[in-house]
Design a protein around this ligand. Structure first.
Ligand SMILES: [Fe+2]
Length: 184
């Protein structure tokens, strides 16, 4: 008498084999550029001379996207988006990005003295943008004295932690880690 062995159970991973791959930096940059070209959507963002305004958008592949309005003289302060990659583009006005061209240790420090030459500055007039990798430390500013700026941003994975830094000369200090629930 022969005994047949039981049929193997279907692999639990087989049901996820068709799910879309995570969006890349290039996918996010492509998305923010397309949104920035949508004049009607850009014009729908409420603007407030007293502070930044936000509208959340659905990004590609489950990413998080935002339309942001920047009154003259506003900025983010130094921060990074922890493990998320991202992209942003200016849709109206002009933004400036100050960034660090250095790979910083991600955890286990409170202050860090930067070497000379790690600062990078980019002017981003309407239509200009960039993508960035994980742990990209930057600040974004609207330095115009009189003109609002509007930009489109996307991040993946969504709802990243935001690590905020203060800066004094070449010394960067970790001030706080914001979790998404703090600013939603
Ligand atoms: Fe940022």
């Amino acid at each position: 008498m022969s005994v047949s062995s039981p049929a193997p159970a279907p692999s639990p991973s087989s049901s996820t084999a068709t799910s879309a791959p995570a969006p890349t930096q290039a996918d996010l940059l492509d998305f923010v550029r397309r949104i920035a070209d949508d004049a009607e959507l850009i014009a729908s963002l409420p603007l407030d001379p007293e502070g930044r305004t936000w509208v959340r958008l659905e990004g590609p592949g489950g990413s998080e996207a935002w339309l942001i309005g920047w009154p003259p003289g506003t900025g983010t302060g130094w921060h990074d988006h922890a493990e998320s990659v991202g992209a942003f583009v200016t849709a109206a006005g002009e933004l400036k990005e100050n960034a660090l061209a250095a790979r910083l240790p991600t955890d286990g420090w409170k202050t860090l003295e930067l070497t000379d030459g790690v600062d990078r500055e980019r002017r981003l007039p309407a239509g200009k943008g960039r993508a960035f990798g994980r742990h990209h430390v930057h600040e974004v500013l609207n330095e115009s004295p009189d003109r609002h700026a509007i930009s489109v941003h996307a991040y993946y994975p969504p709802l990243p932690r935001i690590r905020r830094y203060s800066r004094s000369g070449q010394v960067l200090r970790l001030e706080e880690v914001e979790r998404p629930e703090d600013w939603q």
